[in-house]
Design a protein around this ligand. Structure first.
Ligand SMILES: [Zn+2]
Length: 286
């Protein structure tokens, strides 16, 4: 089967599949080497099991990074610390205000957890939503600030989103035998990104609803400006089998965002925004 795809190529490690590529060039590719039959079979299997209006019973919160994977760093902060603090506070708040909902963290201490394991935790616990919490960083752009909420996808018009996804996916390279663990997914190989959206498209509608609610609540409740809902090729979102989002809560490269995200009040606002969004999402299913 010939697949015609637009893909944002982020590497030149692609001579086997594509003719000529430039780093970061937008390119149309044709390939007979992608195993579409296998992909379709997997997709059919998931489709048959998914109930779009299933009530919200299980929430998995994913504190980004951890252990040897520190994430990005601000002037006086480390992403892995902030994501854990926010996630733990969110868990506590959900337990207090939505006691009937089971809430799990993919990590509750400072330890390395592979992206695959994070998704597996959500999949095996039959999570109804998955929220991955992160902080952003932009080199040489100290004035740029704000939050972004991502759903899985490839946005070929937004190089910043793709670069961010690549950076967040770099954690894979810290794992042992990552090519075995991700069905051959190679974070340095552009063809791996082409297949990303297939399974998650099934959850796309609900992921969009959740992402929009999170974005809207963050814009209303926190002092971090919002840059809206975007698409990105995040591995952790590709591996989950439920509506999933990744929230970049602010830029640690910006002093104002960093101050907010490291303060108790600032974190409290972010957590409240996430809680409100989860409540509204739950209501939307009824
Ligand atoms: Zn991150």
């Amino acid at each position: 089967m010939i697949l015609l795809c637009a893909v944002w190529l982020h590497s030149n490690a692609c001579q086997n599949l594509f003719c000529t590529q430039n780093i970061h060039s937008k390119t149309i590719i044709q390939s007979e080497q992608l195993n579409a039959d296998q992909l379709f079979k997997q997709f059919q299997e998931v489709v048959s099991q998914y109930d779009k209006s299933k009530p919200l019973d299980v929430v998995v919160i994913d504190p980004g990074h951890g252990g040897r994977d520190k994430g990005c760093s601000g002037a006086s902060s480390i992403e892995k610390v902030i994501t854990l603090q926010i996630s733990k506070r969110l868990k506590t708040l959900i337990q207090e205000q939505m006691p009937e909902v089971k809430v799990l963290l993919t990590r509750s201490v400072d330890k390395f957890v592979s992206l695959k394991t994070r998704a597996t935790i959500a999949n095996t616990n039959e999570a109804d939503i998955f929220i991955s919490v992160h902080c952003n960083y932009l080199r040489n752009a100290a004035k740029f600030r704000g939050s972004e909420t991502f759903i899985l996808g490839t946005d070929s018009d937004n190089s910043a989103s793709e670069q961010l996804a690549i950076r967040e996916n770099e954690s894979i390279a810290l794992e042992d035998s990552y090519l075995d663990h991700y069905d051959g997914f190679d974070p340095l190989s552009p063809e791996s990104y082409i297949l990303f959206s297939m399974i998650q498209n099934l959850y796309l509608d609900n992921s969009i609803v959740l992402a929009q609610l999170v974005d809207s609540e963050i814009a209303q409740i926190t002092e971090v400006p919002s840059h809206g809902v975007k698409q990105g090729a995040f591995v952790v979102l590709k591996e989950t089998k439920m509506p999933s989002i990744l929230v970049e809560t602010g830029y640690l490269s910006n002093a104002d965002d960093e101050a907010l995200l490291t303060s108790s009040d600032g974190q409290s606002h972010v957590v409240t925004a996430l809680l409100n969004a989860i409540k509204a999402y739950r209501h939307s299913l009824k």
